[in-house]
Design a protein around this ligand. Structure first.
Ligand SMILES: Nc1nc2c(ncn2[C@@H]2O[C@H](COP(=O)(O)OP(=O)(O)O)[C@@H](O)[C@H]2O)c(=O)[nH]1
Ligand SMILES: Nc1ncnc2c1ncn2[C@@H]1O[C@H](COP(=O)(O)OP(=O)(O)O)[C@@H](O)[C@H]1O
Length: 196
């Protein structure tokens, strides 16, 4: 396994689906200049999604081949689709950029933590049940998919106290400001938000 040095950090955004993890991660990530390590998935792309940007969309056969070659740090199955992060992608991105982020459910967050230890900073993003459901509806998720996401809500919420940082995402601008400032002050020290 690639050993990370002190300046190399992996930010893992986790929390219930629909809480806004991807949205806030992308916004803070672009301000702070940290890049996303993209997962591989067998699920089909949604109409707004771009291959290589949202996910690497691959066939079930390609996924199994990569799995057989031990390419993935972890693999999960959600709703009949498979998801995984490639170890080589994490190593390459870290060597190139120093700090990276991922958006994962609690199992992925836990796996990364056990692999990379104190180099992993888990950031829990959440909102109340009703708000999450409304956002999934507004995002255009089907009623069946929403039901599946909501059936995992409590399980994902139970991971909150294990995470290094927790943000309730109600007002988007507010969340992104607080998050960016916390990451900058605590880890990156780029003083991007120094308002003095
Ligand atoms: N553990 C793990 N979770 C992942 C990975 N990629 C995506 N996820 C999470 O798996 C869940 C299901 O993903 P999906 O239904 O496609 O939702 P999406 O977040 O809107 O793309 C979401 O909570 C994702 O954040 C991965 O490689 N590993
Ligand atoms: N604070 C917020 N207020 C209103 N809508 C939000 C907020 N944060 C995110 N959203 C919207 O909610 C939906 C879910 O956010 P997304 O980032 O896709 O969630 P996740 O990655 O946690 O599944 C998206 O349509 C996003 O634009």
């Amino acid at each position: 396994m690639y050993e990370l040095n002190e300046k190399e950090l992996i930010f893992v955004f986790t929390g219930p689906n629909g809480a806004g993890r991807r949205t806030v991660a992308q916004m803070s990530g672009s301000t702070l200049g940290i890049k996303q390590v993209i997962s591989y998935t067998t699920r089909p792309p949604r109409s707004s999604e771009v291959d290589g940007q949202d996910y690497h969309f691959i066939s079930a056969e390609q996924f199994s081949d990569a799995e057989a070659n031990k390419a993935f740090i972890e693999v999960i199955e959600f709703s009949g689709n498979r998801y995984g992060i490639k170890e080589q992608d994490v190593a390459d991105m870290i060597q190139k950029f120093g700090a990276v982020y991922l958006v994962l459910n609690r199992h992925g967050a836990e796996q990364l933590k056990s692999t990379y230890g104190n180099r992993v900073v888990r950031i829990f993003i959440y909102a109340d049940r009703e708000t999450v459901q409304q956002r999934e509806e507004a995002r255009g998720d089907s009623p069946e998919l929403i039901e599946r996401y909501m059936s995992h809500y409590e399980e994902e919420m139970a991971y909150k106290d294990a995470c290094e940082h927790v943000f309730e995402n109600i007002d988007l601008a507010h969340t992104v400001f607080d998050l960016t400032k916390t990451l900058d002050d605590t880890y990156l020290r780029r003083n991007l938000l120094d308002l003095d």
